[in-house]
Design a protein around this ligand. Structure first.
Ligand code: 5GP
Ligand code: MN
Length: 335
């Protein structure tokens, strides 16, 4: 939570004569887009305009969200994005904890910006910003936006657009209200969002009934060769660049693949390795159960981070070497 003094200061910043920008992390996911658009619609309900800027493009299955089409994608609109950040008086930093998570293009703009920076995020160890609301126990930044609205005493402004966006963020980051940090509070807020007009069936269908035949073929390929190590406690999945090309890979196609590793009885960790489509590195996703901390593991060995049960990283070796190194490191872990 922000302190009451901070809330008063933030409220003073939120005026029509201030340029407001909302930025989220590289490779935006459902919570990144949901929290950003949810906040934008809330500011709109307060009579304020705000630009949402994302570093790079986001998956098609999130583009149904109200005003998703107005999001400025910095990769495609460098000048517009750069100028908006340069001219901003207030920048909201949502769903990421350090400037570098917004990528090489946007991070320096954020660092140089003269705006007051307000961080709302649920990742560990945030960098320093003017205002910080960081809480790793909340399952989604979208839920934190709702708490922020409550702190501003403006819950009455929550409308259908806000509700749909925040619902989507909470639903996706909790894996459909299943992951560990999903709480009674999460469900109470979700219930409020439904009352304000969020339609669970519509949102689920728009977001998750979005398979393509090629995505299912890609899934079939990796499930066909899933490997389990460390006495059945660790599942490994992987995809090579040529395979991505063969199946006409689209952004977001591999979202959720890593979770299949955790669905195997007895696994504690699932690791998904994917060659980048263009550059020579391997993108890694880790998921874990209970107290097994993949955030620490990823920080220590794979140039990454995230949360206890969901983290990611990047590795500069070939995929084969990466998997060999991973097996060696994970065998040494104590779980
Ligand atoms: P995903 O596996 O869905 O890409 O990421 C899972 C979580 O780990 C997300 O919360 C994300 O913020 C974090 N994460 C993913 N990749 C990286 C990375 O390269 N560095 C850091 N610090 N965090 C990451
Ligand atoms: Mn999130």
């Amino acid at each position: 939570m922000f302190t009451p003094t901070e809330i008063t200061e933030i409220q003073k910043l939120l005026t029509p004569n201030h340029n407001i920008v909302i930025i989220t992390h590289y490779n935006p996911d459902g919570d990144a887009i949901g929290s950003s658009l949810g906040l934008k619609h809330f500011l709109k309900a307060k009579g304020l305009e705000a630009d949402v800027i994302v570093p790079n493009d986001f998956p098609k299955f999130l583009k149904w969200m109200p005003e998703a089409k107005q999001i400025i994608i910095a990769d495609y609109k460098r000048k517009q994005a750069g100028e908006a950040i340069y001219n901003a008086d207030v920048i909201f930093i949502l769903d990421f904890n350090a400037s570098h998570r917004s990528g090489h293009l946007v991070a320096p703009w954020i660092e140089k910006a003269r705006a007051k920076k307000i961080l709302i995020d649920h990742h560990q160890q945030p960098d320093n910003f003017d205002f910080i609301y960081s809480d790793v126990t909340v399952p989604a930044t979208s839920q934190m936006i709702y708490h922020f609205i409550q702190e501003l005493n403006e819950e009455h402004l929550v409308n259908k657009d806000i509700a749909e966006c925040l619902y989507t963020g909470i639903m996706t980051d909790t894996g459909g209200f299943r992951f560990r940090s999903t709480s009674a509070t999460t469900h109470r807020i979700t219930a409020n969002l439904i009352e304000k007009g969020a339609d669970p069936a519509m949102i689920t269908s728009n977001t998750w009934d979005t398979n393509t035949v090629s995505r299912l073929h890609l899934l079939a390929l990796i499930l066909g060769r899933i490997e389990v190590v460390k006495d059945g406690k660790v599942a490994i999945l992987w995809l090579k660049r040529d395979e991505l090309k063969e199946f006409g890979f689209q952004k977001g196609d591999t979202e959720g693949f890593v979770n299949y590793g955790l669905s195997i009885m007895g696994t504690q960790v699932s690791a998904f390795f994917m060659e980048d489509l263009y550059d020579d590195f391997v993108k890694i996703s880790f998921r874990s159960k209970e107290d097994v901390d993949v955030n620490q593991f990823s920080r220590k060995y794979f140039n990454g981070g995230g949360h206890i049960n969901a983290a990611g990283g990047k590795y500069m070796k070939t995929i084969e070497e990466t998997i060999v190194d991973f097996k060696e490191k994970i065998e040494q872990e104590d779980f």
